[in-house]
Design a protein around this ligand. Sequence first.
Ligand code: NDP
Length: 448
Amino acid sequence: MSKYDYDLFVIGAGSGGTRAARVSASYGAKVAVAEEYRVGGTCVIRGCVPKKMLVYGSHFSEDLEDGKNFGWTWQNAKFDWTKLRDHILSDVDRLNNAYTETLKNHDVEIILERAEIVGPHEVKLASGKTVTAKYILIAVGAWPVKPDFPGSELAQTSNEMFHLEKLPKKVIIAGGGYIANEFAGIFNGLGSEVTVVNRSDVILRGYDESLRDRLLQISLAKGISYKFNCTFDKIEQRDDSGFDVYMDGKDPVQADVVLIATGRSPKIQGLGLENAGVETNEKGAIKVDEYSRTNVDSIYAVGDVTDRVQLTPVAIREGQAFADTVFNNDPKTVDYSCIPSAVFSQPPIASVGLTEGEARTQYGNIKVYSSDFRAMRNAFADRPERSLYKMIVEATSEKILGLHMIGPDAPEILQAAAIAVKAGLTKQAFDDTVALHPSMAEELVLFK
Ligand code: NDP
């Protein structure tokens, strides 16, 4: 008989926590998971999944326009925000139920309450009840950060974007990262006037420069405005329910919605880390070793709260590795090299491995192959937008160091190509592969 109530107590039922709980239970552990909001976490409830639905919904405006050259005419085509929003929210309900069912089917106890750590093996629930566990896994994720300026409380974060009462006519977006560029594309596609405001003159820091430039050029051509090296002074509420946004000491600009997308921080407030002596780093992220173990032997942490790589599939891998290590006697670590990523901007960006700049710094002697082309569908639709694919290779061996793409379906194509990059293949392996014609992806095996 265990001296603890549970073998594992997971705090947070997001991507990492759910995977860890389910798999640990399948290995025979007695598991409970506490969730203060909804099972599924950021990705499912207010992130990747509903965002992708908004991207799809928004992209129909271009598809309808392009349809003309394909012989289609549309009469009275209209967009209804509430219809899209409500359908997305009902899909989120479906996924929330599916995640809940999966946990229940694995005999994981779900406790829909906030939990606070009170000791190395002890957790206090919002109801006041205290439970004990041999291991505690922290998987509480991250939360949007708002810069501190007067009126910033009037601005929204991505959390609220899925619940807007109506489609805004004018949107100002603070930040130049993933969320800013994805929502800029969404609102632009849906007909809103969009301005992206960033503190530096760089969008999507970390992505290959040529792709960032290409996205910027295409976004400008689509009518999205950018203000660079610009800071917010204050936001004031207007009588007409909109806002006056003051930036860089200039006259105010009006907006119906101000979206702040300036990064996400580990959500450690009120978690009771100090009660067990769990250490965090200077960014507030929980410090863990390669097995996701904190400095307290019985407490582990996975996902965004550790700020290793803030991506859902990474959190899932960390949750899986935790369960294998702790409950299956099979120590596993996560390989963080060659993680593919995508920005669901319009067009999307997808990338794996080193950027050209990083490869030059690390390897010195590199070669860059690129293909700058107009997708057949865009050419036929008279859409000027061009795609750009880049392959970065080590000069002598031609081993692929990085692959970067912007263009329709880039994430769908790159996921498959990333397998080759991860496997350490060379450009020759791509050259040896016969093109699949006509496709955009064939450009990958036709680099000259
Ligand atoms: P990002 O880290 O992508 O971008 C943050 C942006 O905000 C940058 O442009 C940065 O500017 C700017 N910024 C940072 N701090 C401040 C500040 N104090 N004041 C003003 N501007 C600031 O953050 P997001 O919020 O867009 O996304 C959060 C995380 O969510 C991402 O890191 C990503 O991991 C994840 N995510 C992933 C998605 C995907 O995989 N497709 C989609 C959405 C989110 P600068 O670069 O100039 O320093």
